[in-house]
Design a protein around this ligand. Sequence first.
Ligand code: ADP
Length: 216
Amino acid sequence: MTMDKRPLHEVDGPRYHAVMLVGPPGVGKGTQGKMLAQIPGIFHVSSGDMFRELNTNSKFGQIFQQYAGVGKLVPDDITIKIWQDYMARKVREGVYTPERDLLILDGIPRNITQAALIAPCVKIFKIIFMVCEDREVMFKRIRGRSLKENRIDDAEEVVVRYRWDLYKRYTEPLIDHYPQDLIRIIDADNIASDVLHQILSVIVPIQKKHFIPPLM
Ligand code: ADP
C-alpha cells in the first residue's frame, strides 16, 4: 500500500476554504470585492470577472456573451467547469494558495444546483448576506456602473430588472439552503467603508483561526 503524501488539508476534505458574498445586483458586492482582494491572505473570485476574462473568440467566451448579453445565467455545468479550471489555474500559477488564502466567492454559487456542484471541493465558513432594502438605490448604482465600466449587461433597464428577478428567484434562496449559523447579515445601505468594516468583522477572525499568516 502506498502512503498518501498530500498535505492534510487536501486529504481530509474540501480543498478550498471560503466565505461567500451574496447580495442582489447593485448592492455593492463588486466594490467590496475589489477592496477585499487587496488584503494579503485573501483570494477574491468574482464569477462575473472570471467570465469577462474569457477570450471573446473562445467557445466559452462566446457562450458567456450570448447569455450575459440578455442578462441570463450561463448554464450551471458550464459555469462550474469554467470555475474549476480557473481555480486550478490560479493554484498552479501560485496566485492562490489554499492553505494560506481565504477564498472569497463572489457571484458563485448563484443557485442551489451550483451550490451542490461545488460542495465537494469547498468548505464554507460563513455567508455574508448583503442587504439593501431600497431597490431603486441599486438600480441607480447599476445605471452609473454601466456608463463607467461599459458593461453590456447593465445598459438596458429591462435586462437589469430581469437580472434582479433572477436573483430573487434563484440566488436568494441560497440563504435558506445553508445552515443558518453560517449566515451573517450586513447592512449594505451604508458608506463603503462602513460596509467593509462589517465584512471584516466576519472575515478577520476566520483568517486568524484557520490560516497560516499570509506572506507580506
Ligand atoms: P451581477 O452581479 O451584476 O449580476 P456579474 O458580474 O456577477 O453581475 O455577472 C455578469 C454575468 O455573468 C451574469 O449576468 C451571468 O450571465 C454571468 N454569471 C456570473 N456568475 C454566474 C454564475 N455563477 N452562474 C451563471 N452565470 C453567471
